[in-house]
Design a protein around this ligand. Structure first.
Ligand code: C2O
Ligand code: CU
Length: 493
């Protein structure tokens, strides 16, 4: 049986582990548009190899969005179109998915819609995937323009690679970044802003002796990728925890409220995040939002379980700590190095600076989907088999979409699992209706696009697909399970 931290042991680094709490936190730079007009902001990103300086004494060759890991942060206004031209200068095909975006099929980064490197062989876009067949994708060569309407509420989205059968390796090698959406409703709230609004991408990695990322291979063609060493069959976890690309960083904070946009961008590692020490009285992590933006009302937690791809937006009030306290963000699902995430050093002066941020008791309207009104109920079984990781008895097969939802209909999806699977739907956010017939859990609130389905659990979600007709995917966001075929298409009309 697989525990919440995933099976087996993490892949051990051959390189000595960096020392925790030595390096400052960095925040990925916000990308400037190359041009804006009345309706649209235009961006360009070149995907290329770059040497990262994660370790003190060795460079780490990486695949990057524009030379950094995480990639640059995109910041958009709700309702303003964002167009991102992605150029592929990497040695392998890529596909870009805006995770959490309400995006038409053409720009959704369907795994078959690859961007081949200039001069690349189209067959490269479709390596053998366990149980799968060739993809009915539309590969292009060199570059692709992704157009995002972003007709959706403020939320912490992220973009990452989604290339068929190779997502785990691509993301591990560096292809992930934030895309934040703002709107008037959220801007009007007195939440922490500016440098007290911190996107935090948490991702585990392991390192080879020479400083390269270690990653097991999916197939023999990957042997040319630095750090790729062997075949994997399950989720890959590392023994070094990076936050915004820095191992166990430390961040000085004034005694003021801070908003932490927590993203678990790990391939397969789940975290139980907590503050150590907790503030007097507990409840130090005040959740204000999730995958799909603001909750209706804040929810105070002592710890938060974060599965791969989930986002939790929390406010921490560092004025609840004595001056000079080191507050560590820890992971209660691991002992040893992976049990630490980062540290906040609370300013040493007793005088509290003027506070302009609060957490209002009411944040937003989150109208409830009523599952009793569902037009359709569907069941999906997520299962390990000798042939790979399957949904309803099959590995990914684009010739066999598993659902054909009608746009506008409310649907209930019943997700059943034999192991631990963070299940992600493209196109629209959903609400968790129940877990094992009981009320949703403490981390299931608000609009979500990824839900953690635990061993022998049945999770019911309610979803209404809207506006965009076409082919989309849903899949396990344990990226190795996804690459090992735990994915299916659904076609909206
Ligand atoms: Cu975050 Cu289909 O992926
Ligand atoms: Cu899975």
């Amino acid at each position: 049986m697989l525990g919440p931290a995933g099976p087996g042991r993490p892949l051990a680094s051959e390189h000595p582990l960096p020392r925790p709490f030595q390096r400052p936190l960095t925040v990925p730079p916000v990308l400037a548009p190359v041009r804006t007009d009345a309706t649209t902001d235009h961006y360009e990103i070149t995907q290329r190899t770059a040497d990262l300086h994660i370790l003190d004494d060795a460079a780490t060759p990486a695949w990057t969005y524009g030379g950094t890991f995480p990639g640059p942060t995109l910041v958009s206004r709700s309702g303003r179109r964002t167009v991102v031209v992605h150029r592929n200068r990497l040695p392998r095909p890529v596909a870009v998915h805006l995770h959490g975006g309400h995006t038409p099929h053409d720009s959704d980064g369907h795994p078959g819609d690859a961007i081949l490197p200039p001069g690349g062989d189209p067959m490269d876009a479709m390596p053998g995937m366990a149980g799968g067949t060739a993809t009915p994708g539309r590969p292009v060569t060199g570059e692709r323009a992704y157009a995002y309407p972003l007709d959706q509420r403020a939320a912490t989205l992220w973009y990452h690679d989604h290339r068929m059968g190779f997502t785990g390796a691509s993301v591990w090698l560096g292809l992930a970044g934030f895309h934040l959406v703002h709107d008037d409703e959220e801007d009007a709230l007195p939440l922490p802003k500016g440098d007290r609004d911190l996107p935090l991408m948490i991702a585990d990695r392991s390192f080879a002796a020479d400083g390269a990322f270690r990653y097991p291979a999916l197939d023999r063609t990957l042997r040319r990728v630095p750090g790729v060493t062997a075949r994997y069959t399950d989720g890959v976890r590392g023994d070094v925890i990076l936050v915004n690309g820095t191992p166990w960083p430390v961040h000085p904070v004034p005694r003021l409220r801070h908003r932490l946009r927590l993203l678990n961008a790990s391939n397969a590692r789940a975290y139980r995040l907590a503050l150590d020490p907790p503030p007097p009285g507990g409840g130090g992590l005040v959740q204000i939002g999730g995958d799909g933006g603001l909750l209706a009302a804040p929810a105070a937690h002592d710890a938060i379980d974060v599965a791969p791809a989930e986002r939790f937006d929390v406010v921490v009030d560092f004025a609840r700590y004595r001056p000079g306290t080191r507050v560590r963000l820890v992971n209660r699902l691991a002992t040893g190095p992976a049990g630490q995430v980062m540290a906040f050093d609370v300013a040493g002066t007793a005088a509290r600076p003027a506070e302009d941020a609060t957490v209002p008791a009411r944040l937003s309207d989150v109208p409830r989907h009523d599952p009793a009104r569902a037009a359709v109920t569907r069941s999906f079984l997520f299962q390990n088999t000798p042939d790979g990781w399957h949904i309803n008895g099959r590995g990914y097969d684009p010739a066999r979409p598993l659902a054909r939802p009608r746009l506008g209909d409310l649907e209930v999806w019943r997700l059943v699992s034999d192991a631990h699977h963070p299940v992600h739907l493209h196109l629209d956010h959903f609400q968790v209706v129940s877990r094992n017939g009981r009320a949703p859990g403490p981390y299931d609130g608000g609009w979500k696009d990824t839900v953690d389905v635990r061993p022998a659990e049945a999770v019911e979600i309610a979803v209404r697909f809207t506006r965009y007709a076409g082919r989309f995917v849903f899949h396990c966001h344990n990226l190795e399970h996804e690459d090992m075929a735990m994915m299916a298409d659904f076609i909206t009309s």
